[in-house]
Design a protein around this ligand. Structure first.
Ligand code: ADP
Ligand code: MG
Ligand code: ZN
Length: 476
């Protein structure tokens, strides 16, 4: 029997607010343990939560960007469970009436388009952190993170492979970063994802029993863990076994998943509306106002790069993967209307240097002005593309301009017709046999003759000019 993989994703995005979801404590990362706490986020009796308006705005803007509808009435609910990093004994979340519902993200996976539906995105608060230090046999609890706003974004079970999961997650991450609502860093834990995976016989419409994966903190872990889990479930089912509904942890060292706990059902959480919080009303004017603040979103910008700048889809995708990169590209094109030339050089040379140094494009030591100066030298025939690639690393690490480096290194191409004519006549004289072949109709020898001229010029002749002049000389 062959199986189809079915995957749905729950993503928790930490929202980039200054203060927490229901109190005024700072959300800043890395401060002394428990220094950013107050009676509300410590869960002290008698303290009352107040909804953070900025977090609500970020949720609405994200929902709009995800093509969701925004609920006009929002109810916050208590989700009960006991854990030392959750001092109230419940998490404030949204249950039956989430702020965002029924949206989608369109993806391009290995050349084909794919829509992943989003069933909901709701606001909730993060828990604190338990720290299991080995010394002294103690565990510690740091409640600085307790109450940090989270947006949980949940898909329908629409994905069919690890590649689709990674494509969805990258697209979602880019969107959140573009909107400036989340740092989008999986390694730092401000974007966390839990894939739900099941298998079913090919052709079947009913869903199989799912397993939820946790402890995944990079795109690579996402791909590896999903692929591992699909293999594991395939083996169990093929051998006639059954899948248990459970939560499994990804073990990076072993490259395996292992059972963490069997899955709770929703009723185990005893959800009920939080009596301390009034229903939150969101009117159309507020939604429209926030819609007006949305910048051009990555997908629209990618499409525009294709239609307006004539870029291939791949280039457009790479260059719109961050707003800063797209801004840099457009700054170049404004000064130099050769989009594909700019794109090639950015994706090849510039991104290589930036990635190697771990430098974001907005701090690139080569500004768009300096890059354009270099590309113009290639375009007007002063230097070859090869020479441009050669000096680029020096432009990157130093202050010198392209023109200075070209001068210093004597990289100018010879485009002067007189000088080239002279070389050409020499070459024609010394290669009479090939010249006869060419004139006899064997046009392919032209490449050889061009090569001889290039050699005579020690690689400095402008190849386009050479073949132009050669054709003229050979037809006379
Ligand atoms: P839970 O209450 O266990 O968290 P949900 O119904 O809220 O489950 O679904 C959580 C995620 O799991 C969603 O993204 C959903 O699309 C996905 N999902 C639900 N059932 C399955 C299944 N059988 N196989 C794969 N994914 C599933
Ligand atoms: Mg779940
Ligand atoms: Zn607080």
């Amino acid at each position: 029997m062959t199986f189809e993989t079915v995957i749905g994703l729950e993503v928790h995005a930490q929202l980039r607010t200054q203060s927490k979801m229901f109190c005024g404590c700072a959300t800043e990362f890395g401060r002394a343990p428990n220094s950013q706490t107050c009676p509300v986020c410590l869960g002290l009796p008698g303290s009352l939560p107040v909804i953070n308006k900025r977090a609500v705005e970020m949720a609405i803007r994200t929902g709009l960007a995800l093509n969701c509808s925004i609920r006009s009435t929002n109810i916050f609910a208590r989700k009960h469970y006991f854990y030392p990093d959750l001092p109230k004994g419940y998490q404030i979340s949204q249950y039956e009436e989430p702020i965002c519902e029924e949206g989608w993200i369109d993806l391009n996976v290995n050349g084909s388009s794919k829509r992943v539906r989003i069933c909901r995105a709701h606001l909730e608060e993060d828990a604190g952190k338990n720290i299991h230090a080995n010394e002294g046999g103690h565990s510690y609890v740091d409640l600085n993170r307790t109450g940090t706003p989270l947006l949980e974004i949940v898909t329908e079970p629409d994905m069919r492979s690890a590649d689709e999961v990674v494509a969805y997650l990258k697209s979602l991450r880019d969107l959140l970063v573009y909107l400036d609502v989340c740092d989008g860093n999986m390694e730092e834990g401000n974007l966390r994802c839990e894939p739900n995976i099941s298998l079913r016989p090919v052709g079947s419409e009913t869903l199989g029993t799912k397993v939820e994966l946790k402890n995944i903190n990079s795109f690579k872990n996402v791909k590896d863990s999903v692929e591992y889990e699909v293999k594991r479930q395939t083996k169990v089912l093929t051998e006639g076994g059954t899948i248990h509904q459970e939560t499994r942890l990804w073990n990076i060292e072993l490259g395996q998943t292992a059972v963490m706990r069997s899955k709770e059902a929703a009723h185990d959480y005893r959800y009920f509306p939080d009596p301390d919080l009034l229903p939150l009303s969101i009117n159309d004017e507020w939604i429209d106002e926030l819609r007006g603040t949305l910048q051009e979103l990555p997908q629209a910008r990618q499409q525009r790069f294709i239609t307006e700048h004539g870029l291939p889809e791949y280039d457009a995708g790479v260059l719109t993967s961050s707003r800063e990169l797209a801004d840099y590209f457009e700054a170049c094109v404004k000064q130099f209307a050769e989009p594909k030339t700019v794109s090639n050089f950015m994706m090849g040379e510039l991104l290589r240097e930036l990635n190697q140094a771990g430098t974001p494009v907005e701090s690139s030591p080569v500004s768009s002005e300096r890059l354009v100066e270099l590309l113009k030298l290639v375009h007007n025939g002063t230097i070859s593309l090869k020479a441009a690639k050669e000096i680029f690393p020096e432009m990157y690490t130093g202050e010198k301009s392209a023109a200075q480096l070209v001068d210093e290194k004597g990289l100018q191409q010879v485009s002067d017709e007189g000088a080239l004519e002279h070389m050409i006549q020499e070459v024609l004289k010394n290669n009479a046999a090939q010249v006869d072949q060419y004139r006899g109709g064997k046009e392919t020898v032209l490449g050889f003759i061009v090569g001889q001229v290039m050699k005579a010029s020690k690689g400095k002749a402008n190849p386009q000019k050479v073949s132009e002049l050669l054709k003229r000389a050979l037809s006379s």
